[in-house]
Design a protein around this ligand. Structure first.
Ligand code: FAD
Length: 290
């Protein structure tokens, strides 16, 4: 690994000043679970490494009935999994975290690091898109909010300027009669998903017709893949298994899955159909009980 200068700011302002000073020469490190891997592989070699783990102001989980859920970027996966606030109001996030990597990785890895790494196989991004979440990005010039849906640009590439830092994830209160579910295809628990799906379904007041739907898939494209065509197959209809099958076919046809040691593109296309239906059924059940 190439030598670098290690910097450890204790406040957000200090970190932003360092980013502004060193720009492309600097990289943030949070839990280091992805960063150290790509540094060891020689894929990046920053001159300055800005360790934000000591910025306690970025580590929090809050909830209120108007503003919804707010998660500081430095919150670890394990803290999200175990948070009573999240288990009460957004248990699907806790469920997702339980299947993310091992406890050791969840203890170090942060939600902000996961999203900024921009891995299309990552679990939080697709679920946060299904939940219509926003990200708060800060620089010395100010701050901006961006929908999670628009954050991923390409493989390992996100909409984050060299002087910007992700500070917060905001999840809005879901509409009444909404159910959300996430599952992924793993060989062993905690494996990265060969294919993952997050589905959100909102029912009309009579609890039969689908008012709104979101279907988002991981590891089937260079970025999390939201399939509006498949969603529109469900919206305005009384959902049944046939409609889920059709939505799965549409999602599968629109995806651009990779072929790798974990599965061929053809296999992934089949799994998309299975997971759109399976996760969709779970989301529908939850919407009926909501
Ligand atoms: C063995 C193993 C198994 C894994 N399995 C899974 C899995 O099943 N599902 C899954 O989703 N992920 C999985 N991961 C990925 C893991 O979740 C991420 O590596 C971790 O969450 C990254 O967070 P971090 O804090 O360690 O980020 P780091 O590695 O420190 O940083 C990652 C990237 O984000 C940037 N960054 C970090 N924080 C910020 C910030 N606040 N603002 C701007 N940029 C920032 C860094 O500059 C870097 O580019 C696995 C990782 C390992 C090592």
């Amino acid at each position: 690994m190439k030598d670098f200068e290690y910097l450890a700011p204790k406040t957000i302002e200090e970190a932003l000043s360092l980013l502004s000073q060193y720009k492309e020469e600097a990289k943030i490190i949070a839990g280091g679970q992805s960063m150290l891997v790509i540094m060891k592989q020689g894929l990046i070699a920053p001159e300055y490494l800005i360790d934000i783990k000591g910025i306690s102001a970025l580590d929090y989980i809050t909830y209120d009935e108007k503003q919804g859920l707010k998660i500081g970027a430095l919150t670890t996966h394990r803290d999200i999994e175990k948070s009573p606030i999240i288990q009460k109001h957004f248990n699907v996030l806790s469920e997702m975290e339980r299947n993310l990597a091992t406890i050791q990785t969840r203890n170090w890895g942060t939600i902000g690091g996961n999203l900024c790494h921009g891995d299309p196989a990552g679990d939080p991004a697709l679920l946060l898109i299904a939940l219509n979440a926003k990200l708060k990005l800060k620089s010395l010039a100010g701050e901006r909010l961006i929908f999670m849906e628009n954050f991923s640009k390409d493989l390992l590439e996100v909409d984050l300027g060299s002087e910007e830092m992700l500070t917060e994830i905001q999840v809005p209160i879901q509409k009444p009669r909404t159910g959300v579910a996430h599952e992924k295809l793993m060989v062993m628990q905690g494996d990265a998903g060969i294919v993952g799906a997050a589905v959100s379904i909102t029912l009309r007041p009579e609890k039969e017709t689908c008012e709104d739907a979101r279907i988002v898939l991981s590891n089937v494209s260079s970025v999390p893949y939201r399939t509006r065509e498949a969603e529109s197959r469900l919206i305005g209809k009384v959902i049944n298994d046939t409609l889920f099958d059709e939505a799965g076919e549409i999602a599968s046809a629109g995806a651009d899955p990779p072929s790798d040691v974990h599965g061929s593109a053809e296999y992934r296309r089949e799994m998309i159909k299975v997971f759109v239906k399976r996760v969709g059924q779970k989301a529908l059940e939850r919407a009926m009980q909501a």
